[in-house]
Design a protein around this ligand. Sequence first.
Ligand code: RB5
Length: 144
Amino acid sequence: MIAIGCDHAGVELKKYIISELSKKGFEFEDMGTDGEPCDYPDMAEKVCRKVTEGACERGILICGTGIGMSMAANKIKGIRAALCADSFSTKFTRLHNDANVMCMGARTMGPGLAAELAEIFLTTGFEGGRHQRRIDLITALENK
Ligand code: RB5
C-alpha cells in the first residue's frame, strides 16, 4: 500500500498518478486533499505517519514545486524524502538513499513524466551494502 497526498496545487496530478499506476497493480491510500485548499506541512505529516507507522510501504507527496512537501517530510523522524524530477535521481534515491517518500511538483513537470518517475520509485530496491552505513548515519543525525 502506498500513501499519497497533495495540497490544492497537486490534486490533478495526484489523480493522474493514482489512475495510471492502479492499472499496473499498485494500491494507494489517498490522504487528500480532494480539492479544498490545505497547508502542505499538514498533508506531509499525514502521509509520512502512514509510512513511519508501517501502514504504508512508501509515500508520494505532491505540491506546486514539491519543495515545501520535501522540507516538511524530512522533519519527520524516519522519513527520507526525495524531491524527484528526473529518472536518474529517482532511481538512485532508492538504490543509494533508501528514500521512503518521493515529492514532486505539479507546476514543474508534466503528468507523463511524473507517473513514470513514480513507477521507478515504487519498483526500485535499496542496494544496501556500503549505503546502509550512510543511512545509519542519517538516522544518527536525527537522534542528536
Ligand atoms: C501553494 O500555492 C504552493 O506554495 C505549494 O503547493 C508548494 O509549491 C510549496 O512548496
